[in-house]
Design a protein around this ligand. Sequence first.
Ligand code: NAD
Ligand code: MG
Length: 386
Amino acid sequence: MQRKISIFGATGSIGTNTLDLIRRDSGAYNVVALSGAGNIDLLAKTAIEFRAEIAVTAYEDRLEDLRAALQGSGIEAAAGANAIAEAAARPVDWGMSAIVGAAGLRTSMALAEHGGILALANKESMVCAGDLLLSQCAEHGTTLLPVDSEHSALFQAMNGENRKALRRLILTASGGPFKDFTVEQMRPVTPEQAVKHPKWDMGQRISIDSASMFNKALEVIEAKYLFSCSSDQIEVVVHPQAIVHSMVEYIDNSIIAHMGSPDMRGAIGYALSWPERAENPIERLNFAELGDLSFSRPDETKFPALRLAREALGMGGHAGAIFNAAKEAALDAFIGRRIGFLDMATLVEKTLYNAHLEPTRDSVQSSVSEIFSADAEARRIVDALI
Ligand code: NAD
Ligand code: MG
């Protein structure tokens, strides 16, 4: 029996890595929907290769281009955020949520309705609406498998363990390209410098977020929801070799670490074969050749993102959505060269503590539309501050 699958964000780094694994055993899968944004050629080519039922671009003004590229293939073409949400509502056994940003939230919520597996790369869904997404999964009997390397590692280190015996989660961070820079050295860095991650090959936005440690900040919030921990049970440690993907400490002082090469096909492959394990093409570790593994405390004065994430966690409700939206807007401004690298954290902090956001911050997460209102308000505040 073929497994029905959909991949949202199919043209991105996670999407193409997922398709690389699917391609190796393509007879096992029936691809329902694939989505992309501006890269119409790749989206159409992939949809034709995998005989998808439907291909959707996020951009409404690219619908005709997509139709033309799919002509004669019999594959449906659609465009726009609503069309993506409708495609994600088509039943599948396994759905990959790998759109970047809060734009992926509706997809995650729709995929969580199918009762199968939601492979969640889009960490922003968890950061913005962790309570809503988890209750959506619980209501429909959907299994959520994290596809962030750290969270996949934590999930694997909890296999068969009693969660009550869990003391602490230790998230590893490579430290990014500016690990050894001073604040003054970081001030003038450009998007081109920030995007060059020393260990992981990822999309542009998450790579820059890794350089500012906003990626790790999002991951602290993601871990809190995924594993229902308190913020003080989550520690971040810098580990430049990116071999230990994260660790769990138990009450008997045992620590279980997950290790592997820094290759996202590890976490994606785990979510594809779960609950079994399957062979994959990633490089095996050779400890004798690895040499030293080192660990150190992150410098929160240089990287305020981690402190801000804990403050957002303390606020609860919509603070995760506000934190993420402010970060996304600040990142857009940095990529557009309207602000400097260090201004991103300043803008997020100011937005998080903006009086206009008081009512949304205090409330519980009640609906996706309220999450998007908080998100839009935070983006307006950032734009007004720039
Ligand atoms: P990417 O930029 O390489 O790809 C993003 C995908 O989303 C593309 O298919 C793009 O067409 C689509 N997209 C962009 N904007 C969109 C919009 N507004 N609406 C709909 N679709 C849109 O990003 P990525 O690195 O693959 O990351 C995807 C997600 O996975 C992010 O949430 C990221 O944090 C998470 N993640 C990525 C990695 C990694 O190694 N790349 C690791 C862990 C988690
Ligand atoms: Mg990660």
